[in-house]
Design a protein around this ligand. Structure first.
Ligand code: CMP
Length: 143
């Protein structure tokens, strides 16, 4: 079954949005396969955001994601990567549709509440970066 990596960013944790965000994915029908509240080291942040290294906002990105606890999660389900991205809304909360997470809770592109893998390759890479295999639950397939 497809898995994705989602992370409530420091702004979402600080604003007590973990519960509301988890609830959305649970109610949609996805299965939580792993979760932890953690601090992101500089090294992990630079690995995670490696593809943005040349962007002018890279320093800001690393500074922000390491500024406080994040809630890292792995969710499982059919088409969960694309569906979670739709539920999150556009990267810039000012363009994100109402009823999406960023549309409902965010204002600025830097502090946009949540991160989600954008492809199967990113999901695999990001899950491995943040979680050990032993921290993840595998559900039996039930039709
Ligand atoms: P995320 O999905 O975590 O992946 C990369 C992040 O870069 C993105 O969410 C935004 O929070 C951030 N980002 C994108 N564009 C900008 C920008 N112009 N200034 C600051 N941060 C940005």
């Amino acid at each position: 079954m497809e898995k994705t990596f989602l992370m409530v960013k420091p702004d979402g944790v600080q604003r007590n949005l973990i519960g509301k965000i988890v609830q959305r994915f649970e109610e949609k029908g996805f299965k939580l396969a792993g979760a932890k509240l953690m601090l992101v080291s500089n090294e992990l942040a630079e690995q995670h955001y490696g593809e943005h290294k040349e962007r002018p906002f890279f320093g800001e990105l690393v500074e922000f994601i390491t500024s406080g606890p994040v809630f890292a999660m792995v969710w499982e389900g059919e088409d969960v990567i694309a569906t979670a991205r739709n539920m999150m809304g556009k990267t810039n909360p000012s363009e994100a549709a109402p009823s999406t997470i960023r549309g409902d809770y965010g204002i600025t592109v830097g502090k946009n509440i949540i991160h989600g893998s954008d492809s199967p390759e990113s999901a695999e890479r990001e899950i491995k970066l943040f979680f050990d295999e032993s921290e993840l639950i595998t559900y039996e397939k039930v039709d």
